[in-house]
Structures are given as structure tokens and as C-alpha cells.
Design a protein around this ligand. Structure first.
Ligand SMILES: Cc1ncc(C[n+]2csc(CCOP(=O)(O)OP(=O)(O)O)c2C)c(N)n1
Length: 324
């Protein structure tokens, strides 16, 4: 199955939405660059998985949602969180382990969640969000709501047993969930062709009564268009869709992994298809793009200042929580 790109004859997102998608993608890129720098300076504890290169998937998909729709995310989840409208100050504080963070510094990079944002959470367990999102979709159905859930996960997670189990239930009950498989072609250092006998991952959906589509994951407009179609389907009671968005990680698996196993030519090909540059070209308005850039820089600077000046959780409070 060849991934679809958007074509010039098709309806574009409204201009304000295009700019919002661009803002979320640029904020993610700059946020991730800052986090990598902080990690190397020893300011971030634990792991850090960068979303650089994949920004168009989160921004394009979430642009098709209403604010009261839900998402479930992964260990590589900063882009999803930003596109869902997160405040960079509380995100940065969380990642730096500060009391002012989304989860009061207890979660860190891999565990940001916010009920206010309708974000079910990033997840350190590969595939962990898939049954969670399916359950949330069942909850919406039982309560008679019309929200939908997007579940982000990647190629490695799609080999976990919870994936077919969840697709089976979602297909059977026609649940309002969109399985958004970000195929970045690697699970840590294992290329997708070494972990499955069939690399056409979108093709796994129809076996469970779930339509599967494959989209160019570096083309934010194409991702928005396919997700909007899937959202309409889910909201009208027709059930789930599996979207395989093909994209690429621009670095190793995490901040400490130089990614030397990745073929440099392949990486160069994907860097030549920078999702930000592709969307920037569509906007064709240098002044509007410059305004977005200034806003992102200002918000990021404010986030860094806020986080660095925030307190770490007090040891006594932390121990009291464990005891209670
Ligand atoms: C259930 C489980 N198994 C293994 C791991 C260790 N692990 C962390 S990330 C990762 C690779 C995940 O690959 P993929 O789902 O393709 O996501 P990507 O890192 O490419 O975004 C693995 C195996 C884990 N965290 N959870």
C-alpha cells in the first residue's frame, strides 16, 4: 500500500488551522531541541525520546479533533501533548521534575497526562495506550457521548498482543477510536522488516473489520485529511479506523543513542522531506510564518524560565504520598 500525500486539488484546512498546525510543529521541534540540550547538561533525569522528524503526525491528526476529544500517547509523546494544547511551561516543568509540572514532577517525560486537556497520558509501556484508548472509547459509547479517541503508537507497539485484541473489540463494537500507527520504521534499533513478516501495517486493520489507510506522515495536510475522514466515521457510529502514517525519527531511539545503525542515506532522504519545510511551503506567507516563529520563541523562553525557577517536590511531601 503506497502512502497517500495531499494533492493540490483537494480542500485545504482553513488558513487559521494551517497556521496552528505549523505552530504546534515548530513548538515541538524547538521544545525537543531544548530538551536534548537540557538532557546533555544533566538537567533531565531518566530517558528522553525525541519526536523530531515526526511532528506532522501529531499536529495533522489532532487538528482534526475537537477539544473535548481524547488522545492516548506514547514514550515519544511531547508532540502529541503540544498539539493537544499543552502549556509549554507545565510540560517543561514536568520534564525537569518540578512541583509545578502537569503531574507535579512525579511523571517526567514519559508520563505526562492531563484530564483538562483530555489527554489520557503518555506511556512508558510500549502499546500500553492501545487498550486504554479502546476502553475510553467504550466508556464514551456507554455514556452516550459523541467524542472520539485517537490512540498514537508506533510500529514496535503494533507487534504487542494488545494491538490485535483491541482492534478486534473496537471493530466488533464499532467503537469511536482511531488507531494512529506512526510507522517510523524502527523499534529501538530493530528495523520493521526484521520484526514482522508483512510490513504493510495498515493491512492489519481489515482482518478485524477496521479499515486501514496509509498516509505520508511527513505531510501534515494529508494526515489531517485522513484523520478528519476517520473522525467523521467514528463520530457517526461507523466505528474505528487504522491509520498508518509513515515517517522517520531524526535521531537514535533516545537522547543517549547515536543511532549508528540507521542507514545515513535513508536518514538524509527523510531529512530532505522535513515536515516543517513541507508545511511552510504550503502556507506561502512569510510574514505569518515569522509571526508564528516569534510567538513560539517567546513561549519557549517563558517555559524555560518558569521551569528552571520552579521548586523540586519536597522530599517530605513525596514520602508522605508514598505512606498514604
Ligand atoms: C511492553 C514493553 N516492552 C518493551 C519495552 C522497552 N522499549 C521501550 S521503547 C521500545 C521500542 C518501541 O518501538 P516503537 O513502538 O516502534 O516506538 P518508537 O520508539 O519507534 O516511537 C521498547 C522495546 C517497553 N517499554 N515496554
Amino acid at each position: 500500500m503506497e502512502p497517500t500525500a495531499h494533492d493540490a486539488d483537494e480542500e485545504l484546512p482553513p488558513r487559521a488551522l494551517l497556521l496552528e498546525m505549523y505552530r504546534h510543529m515548530l513548538a515541538t521541534r524547538r521544545f525537543e531541541e531544548t530538551c536534548l540540550d537540557f538532557f546533555r547538561r544533566g538537567l533531565i533525569r531518566g530517558y528522553l525520546h525525541s519526536y523530531i522528524g515526526q511532528e506532522a503526525v501529531a499536529a495533522g491528526a489532532i487538528a482534526a479533533l475537537r477539544p473535548d476529544d481524547w488522545i492516548a500517547s506514547t514514550h515519544r509523546g511531547h508532540g502529541h501533548c503540544i498539539a493537544k494544547g499543552a502549556d509549554l511551561r507545565f510540560m517543561m516543568a514536568e520534564i525537569l521534575g518540578r512541583e509545578t509540572g502537569y503531574c507535579r514532577g512525579r511523571g517526567g517525560s514519559m508520563h505526562i497526562a492531563s484530564a483538562d486537556l483530555h489527554h489520557l497520558g503518555a506511556n512508558g509501556i510500549v502499546g500500553g495506550g492501545i487498550p486504554l484508548a479502546t476502553g475510553a472509547a467504550l466508556g464514551i459509547r456507554v455514556q452516550g457521548g459523541d467524542q472520539v479517541v485517537i490512540c498514537f503508537f508506533s510500529d514496535g507497539a503494533s507487534n504487542n498482543g494488545v494491538f490485535p485484541e483491541s482492534l478486534n473489540l473496537a471493530g466488533l463494537f464499532r467503537l469511536p477510536v482511531i488507531f494512529l500507527l506512526e510507522n517510523n520504521f524502527y523499534a529501538v534499533s530493530t528495523p520493521v522488516e526484521c520484526s514482522t513478516g508483512c510490513c504493510e501495517l495498515a493491512g492489519r486493520g481489515p482482518a478485524y473489520g477496521v479499515p486501514g489507510v496509509c498516509v505520508d506522515g511527513n505531510d501534515a495536510i494529508a494526515v489531517w485529511r485522513e484523520t478528519r475522514r476517520a473522525v467523521r466515521r467514528a463520530r457517526s457510529g461507523e466505528g474505528p479506523t487504522l491509520i498508518e502514517a509513515r515517517t522517520f525519527r531524526w535521531g537514535g531511539h533516545h537522547a543517549n543513542d547515536p543511532g549508528q545503525y540507521v542507514d545515513p542515506e535513508r536518514l538524509a532522504y527523510w531529512k530532505g522531506r522535513d515536515p516543517l519545510a513541507l508545511l511552510g511551503r504550503e502556507i506561502r506567507d512569510a510574514a505569518a510564518v515569522a509571526a508564528v516563529e516569534s510567538r513560539v520563541e517567546a513561549e519557549l523562553a517563558a517555559a524555560v524560565e518558569f521551569a528552571l525557577n520552579s521548586p523540586e517536590p519536597a522530599v517530605e511531601a513525596f514520602l508522605a504520598e508514598i505512606d498514604s
